[in-house]
Design a protein around this ligand. Sequence first.
Ligand SMILES: [Zn+2]
Length: 540
Amino acid sequence: MRICSTRWLLVFLLVVPAQAIAQSFPTDNPILRAIWDEGMNRSQVYELSQTLNDSIGPRLTGSPNLTEGANWVIDKYAGWGVTARTEQYGTWLGWNRGPSHLSLIEPHVRSLNAMMLAWSPGTPNGEPIDAEVMLLPDLPDSAAFAAWMPEVAGKFVAISFPQPTCRPDAAWEEYTQPDAMARMMARFMGGQQRGNVFTRMREERQAAQAAWRTRIENTGYDARSLPDALEKAGAVGILTSEWSNGYGANRIFSARTDEVPTFAVSCEDYGIVARLAANDQGPVLRARAEAEFLGDQPAFNTVAEVTGVEMPDEYVLMSAHFDTWDGGTGATDNNTGTIIMMEAMRILHAVYPNPKRTLVVGHWNSEEQGLNGSGAYAADHPEVVEGLQAVFNQDNGTGRVTSVSALGLLGAPEFLGRWVGQLPDEMTRNLHLGIPGNPSSGGSDHASFACAGAPAFSLGADGWDYFSYTWHTNLDTFDKVVMENVQWNAVLTAMLVYLAADDAETIPRDRRIPGVNRRTGEPGTWPECRVPQRRGPGGE
Ligand SMILES: [Zn+2]
């Protein structure tokens, strides 16, 4: 009972602030008011988000979790009376993450904040192994590196840059005091003062990072090929660390080893291990990792559709990728976008069941490997690309949507202006329209449609520490979701989709003259559509 009431209090706190009645609809359009009412007073975003994050979890392309997630999405749509299906476009290497643990056991015991990278092999038979750690050495050239290589046999090799400090830049900037700065300068620079401690720290970090890049270049390999060379030379595991400049946050991508595990270690714990190794203080690790390779698995998108009653061959597409990295649960990349589109479709089907144009939700696969799912859908459905009235894609975190660009389509501003002009003032006072904008060449799935000249809008959200804390990190979890913003964005999206679907006119596709490329000085060109990768991984 106690637990129950706490939970409802939490729901209340998270959801209620946005329930205030919008006072400022510029028109008396009953559908817009009904969308607001449905989305603000009967929102399902909390339950959807909690299930997707906590119960289904992360969804790597080709993983069993992604299939489980897709089945759940289809079931939810069915419950709302909306038809959804999976659409296979290729295959991807299936991999199932098992538990992984890494501990320092010498010179003292410490459980490390670490996990194996995606698609990493486990330890032999999933059993624990103990081994010493070597830090990638600073050698003059590839011949010297080749001569050193045999030493890695039976060892872990740490190949990433060890950060000199895991305090984020912002903390240095905030806490550095002028007095302390003068004392530090006097001590470290022989009385010479140069910049402040913050600037100096940043310069040192950058110089050390550049030196580390040279260290890797001198091996004759690059960061992608080095792990494979080390495992062939007998290393028992690879240690990496990709800090995202936030306390405890590190990015978890995919392994480049075929036989031995690759671990991603937090900035703080990688630092301990690297310093011990650099100072010959004998670090020994105990590692255990289980992983299951499942061979080629179907790669598919999940698509929901409600056919339009007046213009069934014209489409309004709600777009958000469904695959995730798996260091966290994909909470803000892109479970937030996924929930926004599901909830927008739910609301629309409840209050606008007979749309003029066909409504589609695209839950794309393999965005993280290069927009493959959306690219395949665009290639396989030229009739949809041809008939697109608008795409609304969301994929940059849990903030409120505050910007929409016209993407270089000269006719789009008039339509965006007309649609946004009918939204309640609460929703538009901080919404910036980018006009004429530039065509999007990448970044997320709208680019798969914008390249063809279709009106494919990206709903740009406020940051909420996206790049330093949640984007592709171990901390991208449910607690970071700002539920009120997800609810808000779902209502906003539903309104825009309704207005786009119901508009008597269709957005023309006249293109701006692309701006000059500032880097090259050359005239800009419209981005070309990429050929999606339908079988993977490969070519790496
Ligand atoms: Zn994303």
